[in-house]
Design a protein around this ligand. Sequence first.
Ligand code: ATP
Ligand code: MG
Length: 513
Amino acid sequence: MADDTSIFIGASRKPDDSYQRAENLLLQYGNRHGLVTGATGTGKTVSLQILAEGFSNAGVPVFCADIKGDLSGIAMMGTAQDFLVKRAEQVKLDPYDFQEFPVIFWDLFGEQGHPIRATISEMGPLLLSRLMNLTDAQEGIMNIAFRIADEEGLLLLDMKDLQALLANIAERAEEISARYGNVTKPSVGAIQRTLLVLEQQGAANFFGEPALRIADIMRTTRDGRGAISVLAADKLMMNPRLYATFLLWLMSELFEELPEVGDPDKPKLVFFFDEAHLLFDEAPRVLIDRVEQVVRLIRSKGVGVYFVTQNPLDIPEKVLAQLGNRVQHALRAYTPREQQAVRTAAETFRPNPEFDCATAITQLATGEALVSTLEAKGIPSMVQRTLIRPPSSRLGPITPAERQKLIGESPVTGQYDQVIDRESAFEMLQKKAKEAQDAEAQQADTGGSRWTIPGFGNDDPAPQSGGRRAPAPRPSNRQTVAEAAIKSVVRSVGSSVGRAIVRGILGSLSRGR
Ligand SMILES: Nc1ncnc2c1ncn2[C@@H]1O[C@H](COP(=O)(O)OP(=O)(O)OP(=O)(O)O)[C@@H](O)[C@H]1O
Ligand SMILES: [Mg+2]
């Protein structure tokens, strides 16, 4: 069947419905990306499951999102249910062995898996603006905020850091406008409010440290299998923008951190992007272009990206053109729009003279698909009607008890479970404010101010012992504040992670770059 250079997907069938031959995905082209599409209930998740199994067995780590919880069964041994055994016979999968796979569960909310976090600075202004659905003007301010944080050595780790920074910027709006362009208090206020909403939606859990180490999703087991990272996404789907932004961030991190490998024998990692339409829905042009760019460039880092969605039309054409390995399940074709979608889907395949692609798409059974993979020289194979093999792991979800047990035994247990809150923008700005206040108080106590501002509560000429005065706006005070600020900067640089705050193909400052 499949050897160590390919993954067995299923068996194609002749026009008379009899067995034709095994259909495989060549590992060598596993990083040439892929697409799994089909209407609800046609077999997409199972196809994803058998592909993930195949990559894992080939020693390739996999990252995938589990939208409905039904992919979690991949962590458990499958059982010989009649319809699965029958399918195994149909595709000549012999022996049909059952297997449990090495799974690491992750969850942005830390409930159904290890918490997965990123820092605000890793996320960068472009993705954050997308996450918060900011206007262009607001995004401009976000860019300025990141630049100021960078210049002033303020670490942006969690949401409170960003809130503190924005509050600070609102206070200094005038000075900042003079330097960077228009920043008004109300516009910063609008961003702050959006940030609060995001916090209420539970995004606060996601921002902070310890941030995910890419190495932890690239593990293999001692017996040479790739770890399958399963992200619990059922709750996450209630905030589709967070879901999409997170996966984009992860993709760009992979892109940043992994070295160039050219064309490896097999991928270094395979990344399944379920409900991929969420990536592109209402996404600004610039973001779609960046995604296209990342998908194109990440290939040479050995990462294969597989989009899973109902309809191929959900994916922008430039991205679609880069997805070499295709599994197209059945589509409905009742409305003219659906019929158009079917025709378009059919046209993306290298035709097979034995059957009409568009007709076939509407007639495919559950767990059956039109399959085309890249063969010699990376040329798409002629499309085949293919019965997809049954999974070796369990079909359907695991129980909460099974999940908890696996989480307890995972190789990253204890590594991400506790939040670390080290000194960052929030604490630094607080300290700065306090130092400024203390310096001013000291000024007032020692020197004694000769000047008062009438009507502001300190216009009593007789100093009272222990009484504090409101500071007079004297140049010496300003200097003290500046000194305090410089001290903070030095401290923060000393404790910074040693890389620029803003980086990355999706995190970069300017939209145009
Ligand atoms: N390759 C297969 N072998 C055996 N049974 C399959 C196969 N593919 C799908 N099935 C059957 O079809 C059911 C539905 O498949 P699946 O959950 O993969 O659909 P889906 O396209 O992901 O649906 P949804 O859009 O609702 O998520 C499975 O639970 C299983 O019973
Ligand atoms: Mg599904």
